[in-house]
Ligand binder design. Structure first.
Ligand SMILES: Cc1ncc(COP(=O)(O)O)c(C=O)c1O
Length: 418
């Protein structure tokens, strides 16, 4: 089995979506007797054949534990794992691979920083700043930390267009602010937050910034040095890679100053019953056998994205966003949430008289997969004044025909409830 380049590699702009779709075997499936239209990419993305093949090749030819054996296979597995780390570092433009910690996903990355940076830097009456559009995974770990430390959570409000209120943000930054944690791209509103500006304002006061990049990493070029953040997190499964693998980027200074997250094998320099000396970052934060095949598969996903080009992917998705917004807005009774000037291809909406879950069920019968619910953003739902929304989220393999199918299915849903 070879790790063949994607069918779409090297083609001129715009994207050859027909070729790209051929790279994703799952998209050939029929659902309820009709071609699958997959518009739930913010939940998870589908996997190209190269990623599937790369994971299979790992188990077929390279499987062994890493950093432990002196034997040939273990060296191959270790090389593949550490090469994957270098690939992620290049993708995010980290300074070195040592700034990349493999974790289970964005959720674990936030928990890791809250537990380690938080434990050592956050105390009674300190404050942590997050925004009103955060996913629960960027709320609850900080809440747990606040409960333990006696600290307070401060919330950056959003405007009616679904953008961060930067004036309000600036006024929240105080001497007792210990960290700011904001989402790069909202999984409900699609808003692309000005994270560089968020960092600049925080750094003026010496406050570190964590950026949740779960919805950004596969949809636009990411440069952590240009953003200037202290931490950045993303999830492999939302980037066309495997589930159970994700990335925490942290600057070397920050990571080296943090205590371990979990204890166990692979994160130590030496152990006696009296004392343990910890390994340096990133291994200090990777206790136990890691998800080696996941890391290798994630690197294959990154190679796939790089071969196509993140700029071209972003341009394609921008066109799709415009088309889906126009199509959905034309349906009578639709209300769209999130009209930020800088927006990714995520469209949340409600349809008058039809519960979002009913929209999701009716669309499914038409072969169109979307998500309905609170999207793990209950505080944002409260701000929007709705318990749930329907959400279509698009990716590089979606087409205008997919949008036509969504639109037709929504008309069907409307007709059923009229
Ligand atoms: C903005 C955002 N942050 C964090 C997460 C959590 O990602 P994971 O479940 O991969 O840890 C999600 C998942 O939907 C998300 O959309």
């Amino acid at each position: 089995m070879t790790n063949a380049p994607p069918a779409a590699a090297g083609s001129a702009s715009p994207l050859d979506v027909t070729a790209i779709r051929r790279d994703f075997p799952i998209l050939r499936q029929q659902v309820h007797g009709t071609r699958l239209v997959y518009l739930d990419n913010a939940s998870t993305t589908q996997k190209p054949q190269t990623v599937i093949d790369r994971v299979a090749r790992f188990y077929l030819e390279e499987n062994a534990n890493v950093h432990r054996g002196v034997h040939w296979l273990s060296e191959r597995a270790t090389d593949a794992y550490e090469e994957a780390r270098a690939t992620v570092a290049r993708f995010l433009n980290a300074r070195t691979p040592q700034e990349i910690v493999f974790v289970r996903g964005t959720t674990e990355a936030v928990n890791l920083v809250a537990a380690t940076y938080g434990r050592t830097h956050v105390g009674r009456d300190d404050e942590i700043v997050i925004s009103a559009m955060e996913h629960h995974s960027n709320i609850v770990p900080w809440q747990i930390l606040c409960e333990q430390a006696g600290a307070r959570l401060k919330i950056i409000p959003t405007t009616d267009t679904g953008e961060l209120d930067l004036d309000a943000y600036a006024s929240l930054l105080r001497d007792c602010t210990r960290i700011v944690s904001v989402v790069h791209v909202s999984n409900v509103l699609g808003t692309v937050n000005p994270v560089g500006e968020v960092v600049r304002l925080a750094h003026r006061r010496g406050i570190p910034v964590f950026v949740d990049g779960a919805q950004a990493a596969a949809h636009m070029p990411i440069d952590v040095q240009a953003i200037g953040c202290d931490f950045y997190a993303c999830s492999g499964h939302k980037m066309f890679g495997p589930t159970g693998i994700g990335v925490l980027y942290g600057t070397s200074d920050r990571l080296e100053s943090m205590p371990p997250y979990q204890g166990g094998g692979d994160m130590i320099r030496s152990v006696t019953f009296e004392h343990t000396a910890y390994a340096s970052a990133p291994h200090r934060f990777e206790a136990g056998t890691p998800h080696i095949a996941g890391a290798v598969g994630l690197a294959a996903a990154i190679d796939y994205l790089d071969a196509i080009g993140l700029d071209r992917i972003a341009a394609h998705e921008h066109d799709l966003l415009r088309a889906v917004t126009d199509a959905v807005a034309r349906i009578p009774g639709v209300r769209i949430f999130g009209t930020a000037a800088d927006k990714a291809a995520v469209l949340s909406f409600v349809l008058e008289g039809v519960h979002p879950h009913d929209i999701g069920t009716i669309l499914d019968r038409e072969g169109v997969a979307i998500r309905a619910g609170h999207h793990c953003c209950q505080p944002l739902m409260d701000r929007l004044g709705v318990p749930a929304t329907a959400r279509a989220s698009l990716a590089l393999y979606n087409t205008v025909e997919d949008i036509d199918r969504l639109s037709a299915a929504l008309q069907t849903a409307r007709g059923l409830f009229a």
